[in-house]
Design a protein around this ligand. Structure first.
Ligand code: AOF
Ligand code: ZN
Length: 372
């Protein structure tokens, strides 16, 4: 996903653009499955639409075919992802498209999931005309978290931190600091609702006692909430979020570390660092993780090269020289020059705050997987 760029505007075919928009409707609820949208059209007329809304639920193609009914015969299906070719939680979409008499299939991007591959081959065998988009970029951006998850077995990690103009995330050590304004709040809600899990470190959890829920502008909690995770290397405090009834919350702790009574614990091997913690979340089906990081977690994700994206929210104020440092890792470059480890991807203004989005410069200096 992009914070500012309109990815759909890269798609020129109106049917595929509609399929892309439909796929977006599943954002935040399909894990560990991808976002998929499908349009069935007889020439210029749309006769069926569908998207995948939750794992175990019908695939986008099945929803659209059901809506099209007999009008699917001789029609063209436009799908953002190559139709699956396997019996999983649902029957193979390739077979369903064949049996309903679809004449052509236009595909946004191929499916790299080894379990599901072969859909386009099967469709062609059945005499269906299959066409792939020349440029799969918009579809790859739409499903970048899932693609990263399928290829690496780890969630796509987006780290978000609010900073002052002099680069501090806190005003005073050990105290809750309100840094940013309304713009940051709306962006935070958007990032949370796109994520399968939201994580904070144990110290942030203790100092801020955050709820980490998705709320509507009027304060009402959304029906679907991401998993809430508190990462502690030596333990966690008994924070409100573990018992507030607003959705599942877990403590992510190394083996052997004690947890407060009644708190659900997920274990990882401390020797494996953040990678082991992320592997434990992948086991829970987390494909996209939002880390609401203070200095400790931000520095750890940069030093261990375990995040795919960093979102900084800049507030228009200064914290002063007494404020705790944002970064507690080692410096990049020598004393005379910085060697960039992150490069800017997007930036803009939201309300009274500015936002900049950064990614690791290259697999060697920051990425943990080629192509992401
Ligand atoms: C989806 N939704 O609309 C399409 C998918 O576990 P299953 O049986 O639901 O299969 C999931 C896989 O099927 C998924 O990883 C992807 O490779 C393929 N296509 N999946 O969840 C859909 N078309
Ligand atoms: Zn399918």
């Amino acid at each position: 996903m992009r914070v500012f760029d309109d990815v759909a505007s890269l798609i020129h075919d109106p049917m595929l653009k509609r399929a892309f928009e439909l796929a977006e409707m599943g954002r935040g609820t399909t894990s560990p499955n991808p976002l998929v949208g499908c349009v069935i059209a007889q020439d210029e007329e749309i006769v069926g639409e569908g998207y995948h809304s939750y794992a175990g639920g019908p695939h986008a193609e099945a929803v659209a075919l059901a809506q099209a009914g007999p009008r699917a015969a001789g029609a063209t299906a436009y799908v953002t992802l190559e139709p699956c070719n396997h019996f999983g939680k649902t029957p193979p979409c390739s077979e369903t498209l064949v049996s309903r008499g679809i004449a052509g299939v236009v595909i946004g991007m191929s499916d790299p999931n080894p379990v599901a591959v072969g859909g386009s081959v099967r469709l062609r065998e059945a005499g269906i005309e299959v066409e792939f988009e020349v440029d799969p970029t918009p579809y790859e951006i739409q499903n970048e978290a899932w693609l990263h998850f399928v290829r690496s077995g780890r969630p796509f990690v987006q780290v978000k931190t609010a900073v002052t103009l002099d680069g501090h995330a806190q005003i005073e050590h050990g105290r809750r600091s309100a840094i940013t304004g309304d713009g940051a709040r709306s962006l935070t809600m958007r990032l949370r609702s796109a994520a399968d899990a939201v994580m904070v470190g144990a110290s942030t959890a203790e100092i801020d006692d955050p709820a980490l829920v998705v709320r509507a502008p009027d304060g009402t909690p959304a029906a679907h909430q991401p998993l809430r995770v508190v990462l502690g290397r030596s333990g966690v405090a008994d924070c409100t979020l573990f018992n507030d009834g607003l959705g599942r919350a877990v403590a992510l702790l190394p083996e052997g570390v004690e947890s407060p009574a009644g708190v659900e614990v997920v274990r990882f091997d401390a020797a494996g660092g953040l990678d082991a913690a992320l592997a434990a979340l992948a086991e829970l089906g987390v494909t996209r993780l939002l880390v609401e990081a203070g200095p400790g977690l931000l520095s750890a994700f940069i030093e261990e090269k375990m995040a795919q994206e960093f979102v900084f929210i800049h507030a228009g104020g200064f914290a002063g020289s007494e404020a705790p440092p944002l970064y507690v890792g080692s410096k990049d470059g020598d004393s005379a020059a910085i060697v960039p480890v992150l490069e800017p991807v997007e930036s803009g203004i939201i309300g009274s705050d500015a936002v900049s989005v950064w990614r690791p410069v290259s697999p060697d200096t920051g990425g943990n997987e080629k192509g992401d």
